[in-house]
Design a binder for this molecule. Sequence first.
Ligand code: PMP
Length: 356
Amino acid sequence: MSRFLSDRLSGLEPYVPGEQPKDGSILVKLNTNESPFPPSEKAVAAVAEEGKNMRLYSDPNGTALKEKLSQVYGLDPCCFVLANGSDEILDFAFQAFADDLHPAAFPDVTYGFYPVFARKYGIPYREIPLKDDFTLDPENYIGTGETLFIANPNAPTGIALERQVLERIISSNPDHVVVVDEAYVDFGGESCIELVNKFDNLLVTRTYSKSRSMAGARLGFGACCPELARDLESVRNSTNPYNVNRMTLAAGAAALDDEAYTKKCCAEIIRVRDKTAKELQTLGFSVLPSSANFLFVKNPKISGADLYAALRRRGILVRHFSLPRIEDFNRVTVGTAEQMKIFLDNVKQILEEIKK
Ligand code: PMP
């Protein structure tokens, strides 16, 4: 910390993203929930074409993309707010809708960025414990008087809530915004996007990073009623009106012309996920029921930290969190069938070795 850093930020503990290795030692990368499949060819072509115009700023309103989103999701274009990844929409939501009078609340085991945003803006927050089996007890979220952040499916557990449960939570908190983070919803969750026309306190956040194979393009969006969208737009326009670059805007619109491709990729990930889960169970792992593109797993014979390290030595990268309640687990992104075979073969060998 330099002597110039503002007191306001002196206690900042930044979010630590998963590793993006560059040394070539990693053969199979299963640590940051990226898609193992390439983006739509239409999106790739759109980036190349739009790159020719990069001397010009991007459209600060993202009009063309919002119109496409409107067709795909059946909401008015003014219900969408575009962002540089869904992390940015979440950041805007903390700024816009949480403060001393509207403290934030979220599960104790969830996306690690929520407490970071809250602390960055000095927003009081409460972590609501999940049950022992890592499911969420909806009763803890009824009429709490807090701005709620609920990832559905949750991360890193992968466990999903039914839409009707979220609807009960949303309707019981009419004077507070409920943010439903649907980063992983395309892998088997029930989306709340269709509730946006019904509730003026609902913000759904979505990303192109997972199901649309575009993590590196950085594109996310919020879907909410026009009044909430206007609030988010004023935070966005007070931060960076050109937050989404023109190549990404073009790729985002082109990807929506290729929904069949996205669905095909998701179906394959779900197939490989469920097969991998069964095989891990045969090897003695507990596997939480996942509706996402990752599995959260633990084995009584080896600690989460040791399995992470042993896999890493073999060129396979998964994610381990040294955090209370989940340090015994590893989060394994679902890759291709070939990648998961390599992963499983190595897990088997590691378990054989520790038997000796
Ligand atoms: N929400 C959840 C639950 C996530 O796991 C992630 C990915 N780290 C994000 C939001 C943000 O993803 P992105 O900024 O790439 O859209």
